[in-house]
Design a binder for this molecule. Sequence first.
Ligand SMILES: [Mn+2]
Length: 318
Amino acid sequence: MTNNSLIKAVESAASVGITGHIHPDGDCVGSCMALYRYIRKVYPEKPVKVFLEQPADNLSVAEGLNEIESDFTKPAEAYELFVVLDCSSEDRFEPSGELVSLAKNVYVVDHHMTNTHFASEGVISPDASSTCEVLYDLLEEDKIDRDIATWLYLGIVHDTGVFRFPACTEHTMNIAGHLLTKGVNAQQLIDDSFYRKSYAQNRLIGDAVARSELLLDGKMIYTIVTKADMDRFGVGTKETEGLIDQLRLTRGIEVALFARQDAEDTYKISMRAISKVNVASICASFGGGGHMFAAGCTVKGDLSDAITQISAMVMLQL
Ligand SMILES: [Mn+2]
C-alpha cells in the first residue's frame, strides 16, 4: 500500500465516493462528513457523495447529515475514487461493498490495528485516537471551516470517550485545540452527541442499575435488560448503549457485564474491565471479541448458565 496524499488522490479523481463501516459510530460519521464537506468546499465542481447507513440522531452535530445516501437499493454508480474511512476490513463496508468494488481506486483512512490493508492506497495509523485524527493530518489546515472542524471534533470526542482513553495523546489534544479555534461548540457537541439521554432511556437505565447484582465479593457487577423491559419503557436496543458505562463506574468492581435480550433465547453481552481481566479472551470463548478492557459476545440458550461460566472465568483472572 502506498501512502500517496489523500489530497492528490482527490484532486486527480473525476468523482469521489465516501463510505465507512456498517452501523456507523461518531468517528465513522465524523470522518466521512468532514471529508465530504471539505471536498464540497475546496472542489465545488467535483461530484462527491457519502454512502452510509442512516446515522443515529445524536450524531447530527453539523450541516450535511441529510445529504448522506442511505438507500442502497438504487443501481450502483461507478466512482473514480472511493475513500473508505474508519473501516478495518472489506466485510465491514457493507452495504457499500458493491459501490466500492466498482471504483477505479480505493483509498483507506483508518486507525484500526486490525486493518486488513484491502486498499492499494491510504494511511492507517494504529496509534491514532480516531480516524478523524488521521484525517485531520491529511487535510490542509487553513481550509478547515467550522463545519468541517465540528465533524472532526465529533469523531475525536467519541473514539476517545471524551478525551479519556490512552490513545488520546498530546497530538490528539493539539488537534482538538486547533479545531476549537475554528469555532466548534465543544460543550454542546459533547452533551448532545455523547451524554444526553431521553427521559425513557434514563428511566430504563435507572431501572436496570437498580436491579444490578454483585458477584465475586463485589468485584463483578451485572444486569439484564429483556425485550419486555425495553417495551415497558418504550426504548429500542440502540438506547441501552450508555448502560454498561454506568455499571463500569461502580466503585470496587473489576468487571461489568450487561446482557440485553435480542431474541427469545438470544442475548447480546457487553463486558468492561478496569485493569486486570482480559474480557476479550472471555468473550472470544463465546464466539465474540473486542479489546482487552471492552468486549462483547452473543449467547444463545440459558443466560444464567452463561453468566455463571463467565464469572468463573473472571475469577480465574482476578
Ligand atoms: Mn474509529
